[in-house]
Design a protein around this ligand. Structure first.
Ligand code: PEP
Ligand code: CO
Length: 445
């Protein structure tokens, strides 16, 4: 089949909303096609090269952010706090791993969610499920749940505002290593790990002074960092509308994000998502779960990266702490055995979701850490390398995941459980995980 940005329409597309007003959908997509893009092909190519370096063992990838962004949370403090925690984590990783870190936000477009059922029934009334703010609204009313094409344009606008603010902060000097105090979160001196973090920052500051003294001048590299964006490429109409050709570059680029990924529920070899993703020039990722056969994963590699381009394909395994030991080694052996070159990331969140007796969706810090620990060990045994992590986290003091240094219990979950979808690591848990990863990676990588 010849690829085009719309060739996916010939294949079964799961997880797509049913828009009752087709004309309004076509109109919104026509507008989306003409709006300026959110990212550029240069940046997309730069990320592909950086991922190739990570694949070659020269850097470590930190990909993180909310499970789903919401329009209501497109707000300066929340965005800045999320950036702060990612910068703090990356600093700990650079220091501990003695390696560069590639920072990729799970933001500026992470508005659509795959769901386990298309509809939801309450008191005899059945309505479409909530698929994220870019599709419909959580309220259980006919108006709230009807997919609305105008939200596609609103999503583009909120993504643009988010990326604009992040770019402004980074380019303005927010990520300057000489000023890690810019990344402090107001309430953090109460955090149990604040002291440990402070010590590392001080030690990095001293090394920086030392190097600049040797160099005889400030080193520009330390004044800014690169930040990239990513989201699950779920709504194919919208992704295709933002897929463009650009002057002096071959091929088609998805210019809504640097790194789009295929979720586990949409990774069918013959499905529309794989068809769409195979044709774009972006680096891409696929989530790999414990129920996916080795043949399936190998076929994905063949279809998505037939020429074995370095930096093109990232496999994000999300097996669960209890399953990774039996599931991951055979996937690695099969992929490597066929000569496919990929970047391996671990998502220790999505295989470790559990419900409390009271029905609250949560994850335990110990399971998350255990999956990361096992990932390092399994890759080392298989002769491959864990090249990074994919996390759901926030810069806020929420109580959504259990455990961690403060040992959050089920009763604590009631205090600040804010997520509409999956439970996120809070600021302290995220920092603790970064410290642990830095220690583990320094040993194994
Ligand atoms: C997600 O990343 O929020 C998600 C739904 O993950 P997965 O596709 O791995 O289940
Ligand atoms: Co999630």
């Amino acid at each position: 089949m010849i690829w085009s940005p719309d060739s996916w329409q010939q294949k079964p597309a799961v997880q797509q909303p049913e828009y009752p007003d087709r004309a309004a959908l076509e109109q919104a997509l026509a507008v989306l096609k003409r709006l300026p893009p959110l990212v550029t092909s240069w940046e997309v190519n730069a990320l592909r090269s950086k991922l190739a370096e990570a694949q070659a063992g020269q850097s470590f990838v930190l990909q993180g952010g909310d499970c789903a962004e919401s329009f209501a949370d497109c707000e300066s403090t929340l965005i800045a706090n999320r950036l702060k925690v990612l910068l703090q984590m990356s600093l700990l990783l650079v220091h501990g791993l003695r390696q560069r870190v590639v920072r990729i936000g799970r933001f500026a477009g992470q508005y659509a969610k795959p769901r386990s059922a298309d509809t939801e029934t309450r008191d005899g009334l059945t309505l479409p499920c909530y698929r994220g703010d870019i599709v419909n609204r959580p309220e259980f009313t006919v108006a709230g749940r009807t997919p609305d094409p105008a939200l596609l344009l609103k999503g583009h606008k909120y993504s643009a505002m988010t990326i604009n603010f992040v770019r402004g902060l980074i380019d303005g000097g927010f990520a300057d290593l000489h000023h890690p105090e810019y990344w402090n979160l107001d309430w953090v001196h109460h955090a149990t790990l604040a002291e440990e973090y402070g010590r590392r920052v001080q030690s990095i500051g001293e090394s920086l002074n030392f190097m600049e003294t040797l160099a005889g001048q400030p080193i520009g590299e330390f004044r800014r960092v690169d930040f990239f964006t990513s989201h699950e490429a779920l709504l194919l109409n919208a992704e295709a509308a933002q897929t463009r050709q650009v002057p002096r570059q071959a091929g088609w680029y998805n210019l809504s994000t640097h790194l789009p990924w295929i979720g586990m529920r949409t990774a069918a070899v013959d499905g529309a998502h794989v068809e769409y993703m195979r044709g774009i020039r972006n680096p891409i990722a696929v989530k790999i779960g414990p129920t996916m056969s080795t043949d399936w994963v190998v076929q994905l590699c063949e279809i998505l990266n037939p020429v074995n381009e370095h930096g093109r394909l990232t496999l994000i395994h999300r097996m669960g702490a209890g399953k990774i030991a039996s599931a991951l080694p055979k996937v690695i052996d099969a992929v490597e055995g066929k000569g496919h070159k990929v970047l391996w990331l671990c998502d220790p969140m999505h295989g470790n979701t559990q419900s409390t007796a009271g029905g609250i969706k949560t994850r335990h810090f110990d399971d998350i850490l255990s999956e990361v620990e096992q990932s390092f060990a399994i890759h080392a045994d298989c002769g491959t390398r864990l090249g990074g992590v994919h996390l759901e986290l926030t810069g806020e003091d929420v109580t959504e995941c259990l455990g961690g240094a403060r040992d959050l219990t089920e009763t604590d979950l009631e205090r600040a459980y804010k997520t509409q979808v999956d439970p996120r690591l809070n600021y302290e848990q995220a920092l603790e995980l970064a410290l642990k990863i830095a220690a583990l990676g320094a040993r194994k990588n």
